[in-house]
Design a protein. Structure first.
Length: 371
């Protein structure tokens, strides 16, 4: 079997990829560097020069060749390689009539737990949103505990609002439902520490990305001074970054994204490394039904999976695939179809023209850059 061509597709907010073979099998994948899809698109076209003509089943060999050829790496190249890697595993699964999870060691679970995002412009609105999601069957919730225009407020006001939001949600749904907090890199170390102490009584499942991802040293300062479990890693794009994070013993959950951090080939290794340190895998997920399906295969194959996002907006694009993932309450059931379990319908893609991400900026009251 040989690869004959690789074609990327910019669709709405997504970057899909299809890898074609001379035996008629087509692999499907998706890139996860969502803010810079056109750049990754160009990288996929550039890298295809290597892949075309090769046996798609030599997946590890191809990853090592491309990653180590010049030792120039970064998020763009990793996202391109990740999308292709998932598509190669999809080809392998289809060629032997097995789902990808079987190729990765078999199922460790029959269904994948997902969480719902809680939103609203007031604490009461967050409480009502949380109640609605629990009524829809979700057992795990996440919220970003900030109100509109929080960037214009003092840190003391921001912390007070965050406590009010979390208290309202807990009053609404009780303590039998998991609640995680997405800080979204919005705090400085001293703010993250102060807020964590205020939130300790509310039984928080995870404190996600309290700081910007550039400094594990700064995150270590926070981790050593709080009593909330930290989750981070969604911006990381290689196994070495995750190793440093795990080795520092400062996180309870790491967030590898198979469409950014090396596809199945690398993320399976990242999960194994984390397993040895009793660190859970909380994959970062954005994208279309293609990414959801691909992630479900990964989640099913690892023992230390915890949960990932439900992505209800992806349902708007179900028609672009043959078998869109289906949520059942707070879970997605793992399918047994070959490969990642679906095919992209290229005839439907033109219905969803690409919408580029614009840089708008977000600013504090003094005009300095927020986030």
């Amino acid at each position: 079997m040989k690869i004959t061509k690789i074609t990327p597709f910019l669709v709405d907010r997504f970057l899909l990829v299809r890898v074609y073979t001379d035996e008629g099998i087509v692999g499907n994948g998706e890139a996860g560097l969502w803010a810079h899809h056109p750049t990754v698109y160009a990288a996929i076209e550039e890298l295809s020069d290597y892949y075309v003509g090769k046996d798609p089943r030599r997946i590890e060999h191809h990853f090592q060749t491309v990653a180590r050829d010049t030792h120039f790496m970064g998020a763009v190249l990793s996202a391109a390689m990740s999308a292709i890697d998932v598509a190669l595993w999809d080809i392998l699964g289809q060629s032997v009539g097995l789902p990808v999870y079987q190729l990765l060691g078999g199922k460790t679970r029959d269904k994948v737990k997902v969480f719902a995002n809680v939103s609203g412009d007031t604490p009461q609105a967050r409480a009502e949103s949380a109640q609605a999601e629990v009524a829809a069957g979700y057992l795990s919730l996440r919220t970003q505990p900030f109100l509109p225009d929080f960037e214009q407020k003092t840190p003391t006001q921001v912390i007070g609002d965050a406590v009010d939001i979390v208290a309202a949600i807990r009053d609404a749904v009780g303590y039998g439902i998991d609640l995680g907090l997405e800080i979204h890199r919005n705090l400085r170390p001293e703010e993250a520490i102060t807020l964590a102490h205020e939130l300790a009584p509310f039984r928080i499942l995870y404190y996600e990305d309290p700081l910007a991802p550039e400094s594990n040293e700064a995150l270590e300062i926070v981790a050593r001074n709080i009593n909330l479990p930290i989750a981070t890693g969604e911006r990381f794009y290689n196994i070495y970054q995750f190793k440093d994070l795990v080795d520092r013993q400062i996180v309870s959950l790491i967030r590898p994204d198979p469409s950014l951090a090396g596809g199945y080939t690398q993320c399976k290794k990242i999960a194994g490394m984390a397993e040895a340190a009793f660190v859970g895998i909380f994959p970062h997920l954005m994208g279309s039904p293609v990414n959801i399906a691909a992630f479900v295969q990964f989640d099913a194959s690892i023992p230390n999976f915890v949960l990932h996002e439900a992505l209800p907006y992806a349902d708007n694009f179900n028609e672009i695939v043959s078998h869109p993932p289906q949520r059942d309450g707070g879970y997605i059931r793992v399918p047994d179809r070959p490969g990642i379990g679906l095919e992209i319908d290229e005839s439907k893609l033109a219905k969803f023209p690409y919408k580029p991400k614009r840089i708008l900026g977000s600013y504090h009251a003094d005009g300095s850059v927020a986030h």
